[in-house]
Design a binder for this molecule. Structure first.
Ligand SMILES: NC(=O)c1ccc[n+]([C@@H]2O[C@H](COP(=O)([O-])OP(=O)(O)OC[C@H]3O[C@@H](n4cnc5c(N)ncnc54)[C@H](OP(=O)(O)O)[C@@H]3O)[C@@H](O)[C@H]2O)c1
Length: 297
């Protein structure tokens, strides 16, 4: 923790991948834990042990009356009921910040607690935390990331100091753009993984399990180049070169053994064509030919 900064007493609700990683990282920066509450007592206990907290429970009523921050890291569908239950508790909210880590909700979902005096915000780590990876992996993965913040000015400085303790930085997201922001996260992470799943599927038909590793440099370079010069300039391949014939051959091959991948191939082909068109790389005739090949049944 930076010199002169206040140590916070933080209570966590939802001791899953995200909640545990944040609680552990903040504990290591000198913040203390007021309580850990989770769906199952075993998850609460496991996280509490890591943050040296004696107060853990499967019930929200176990929250102490005084804490500086209540961090809600439950799945999305439990946030609303958690807020309703919190609202009924005898907590001096006028001295408490309440935040959640959901990517899709803004701070609006926490508004009932604002009526009790709480300062509210949403703070979403722009990172992925698969369940089956160890806590240490998740804690390390927090280094240097950005956090999508939605909230009022009165919460911003607290969020900024937490994020700076976590070694990250804040991305301020306008309330009304929160769902678009989350769409960007889903495309960047979940759908990229889904796309790599398609790559795995294709490789598995001609190579053994470590096959995807042979494509590692190709995958990394594509991402690095895109981050370096943007998607339009980073695009290579048959669509960027205007080869309708290659697209036709690809679709014929998919028709034989991987029919499930045809809609994905067509959709991504059209997206690639949009990028190539914006770059003015292709003649109108070539664009028409590729569109025709991609849409052919
Ligand atoms: N996973 C990611 O990559 C990621 C990235 C950024 C943000 N987020 C956001 O972070 C939040 C948590 O995600 P996660 O991946 O950490 O989920 P997760 O691993 O499923 O953890 C959620 C935790 O919440 C607990 N829980 C469920 N209902 C509860 C309730 N009513 N009261 C108290 N605890 C409850 C669960 O309890 P038990 O296990 O104890 O039963 C679980 O430990 C979500 O809003 C998600 O959108 C996730």
């Amino acid at each position: 923790m930076a010199k002169g900064r206040r140590r916070l007493r933080i209570s966590l609700i939802g001791a899953g991948s995200v909640g545990t990683a944040l609680a552990v990282a903040l504990h290591r920066k000198g913040h203390s834990s007021g309580s850990v509450v989770s769906g199952r007592l075993s998850s609460a206990r496991r996280c509490a042990r890591l943050v040296k907290c004696r107060n853990f429970s499967a019930r929200l009523s176990a929250l102490p009356s005084h804490q500086d921050l209540i961090l809600i890291a439950t799945p999305e569908d439990a946030v609303k009921t958690t807020v309703q239950e919190l609202w009924r508790l005898n907590i001096p909210f006028d001295r408490t910040y309440v935040a959640h880590t959901s990517g899709v909700f803004s701070d609006i979902i926490l508004r009932p607690l604002k009526t009790r005096g709480a300062r509210i915000f949403s703070l979403h780590p722009i990172q992925t935390f698969p369940r089956n990876l160890p806590v240490e992996h998740h804690v390390r993965s927090l280094r240097g990331i950005s956090y999508g913040f939605v909230g009022e000015r009165s919460s911003l400085s607290l969020a900024q100091s937490l994020v700076s303790d976590l070694g990250g930085n804040i991305l301020r997201v306008p309330k009304e753009a929160k769902i678009l922001y989350h769409l960007a996260c889903v495309f960047a992470s979940n759908y990229s993984v889904a796309l790599l799943g398609a790559v795995e599927e294709l490789i598995s038909t001609f190579s053994g399990p470590p096959g995807l590793n042979k494509f590692k440099r190709l995958i990394y370079s594509s991402i690095e180049n895109t981050l370096l010069v943007g998607s339009m300039k980073a695009l290579t391949g048959p669509i960027a070169r205007g080869s309708a014939e290659t697209a036709r051959l690809h679709l014929l091959e998919l028709q034989k053994k991987h029919k499930n991948l045809i809609p994905l191939y067509r959709t991504l082909g059209l997206q690639a064509l949009r990028l190539a068109t914006k770059q003015h790389r292709l003649s109108s005739k070539r664009i028409r030919q590729i569109k025709k090949a991609l849409k052919a049944r």
